[in-house]
Write a protein that binds this ligand. Structure first.
Ligand code: SF4
Length: 239
């Protein structure tokens, strides 16, 4: 088995047909992996076993979480973890948290969804991206930012005994799912908890998130989140 955290080591048979298909779908080194298919195989295995695993879902914002909640809440018991110390300024952070909580409260789901707000410890974010402030979006600064948020999610998932952790981040067309899932795999190894592999931009996930955001009248920001992405967007708008 490539990585016991890659699938449901805690559930079902470790060498099930579903898992073998999932392994095969990853291809060989250097090829893009089909993380949506891996997720579908994971879901199928749990459904066949009559299981509803718990997932700690890191969320970056309400709009991105909308499709993910619609999809995953049919199969998992979700707790949304809002840990985003990268967001600037604080008013923006507070606005995004409120929108996240409002959406969870209003959206009908099959399995109940809980909510946890993490610490708004901006110092940790600035420390982790020190020296990378002028990197472009999707560059080295963003890798550190993803890792910080996924690490905190994995840590909490381990402490509270969640079956999996994952993130909404892959829904964004600006975010590379291959990179995010590899960070998820690495962090899962560090903390000893399962990462739920996924690629939420598949199956028109991003389009669906825009529809849900409009339907629920959600605030949708026009920059990724940090001070540096805000600065870059301001420059673009001015230029
Ligand atoms: S651009 Fe987005 S992902 Fe990159 S460091 Fe800023 S907030 Fe994080």
């Amino acid at each position: 088995m490539e990585d016991k955290r890659e699938a449901s080591a805690a559930f079902g048979q470790k060498t099930s047909d579903g898992q073998k298909r999932a392994e095969a779908s990853r291809g060989t080194s250097g090829q893009k992996k089909n993380y949506q298919r891996i997720l579908e195989d994971t879901i199928a295995r749990h459904e066949a076993a009559g299981e509803v695993p718990s997932v700690l879902l890191h969320s970056c914002c309400g709009p991105c979480s909308s499709y993910v909640l619609e999809y995953l809440s049919q199969h998992f018991a979700l707790t949304v973890f809002y840990y985003n110390p990268n967001i600037y300024p604080e008013e923006e952070y507070r606005l995004r948290v409120r929108e996240q909580e409002r959406f969870i409260g209003e959206f009908p789901v099959r399995h109940p969804v809980s909510f946890i707000e993490g610490d708004y410890d901006t110092g940790r974010f600035y420390e982790s991206v020190k020296g990378l402030e002028d990197e472009p979006e999707r560059g080295a600064r963003c890798m550190k930012c993803y890792r910080l948020r996924l690490s905190e999610t994995a840590k909490l998932a381990k402490e509270r005994g969640f079956d999996y952790f994952t993130t909404t981040l892959s829904i964004s067309p600006q975010k590379d799912s291959q990179v995010l899932n590899e960070i998820g795999r690495a962090v899962a190894g560090e903390y000893g908890v399962n990462y739920l592999f996924s690629d939420f931009k598949k199956k028109n996930g991003y389009l669906r998130s825009t529809q849900l955001a409009a339907e629920y009248g959600m605030y949708r920001q026009n920059y990724c989140g940090c001070e540096f992405s805000y600065r870059d967007r301001q420059r673009e708008n001015a230029g």
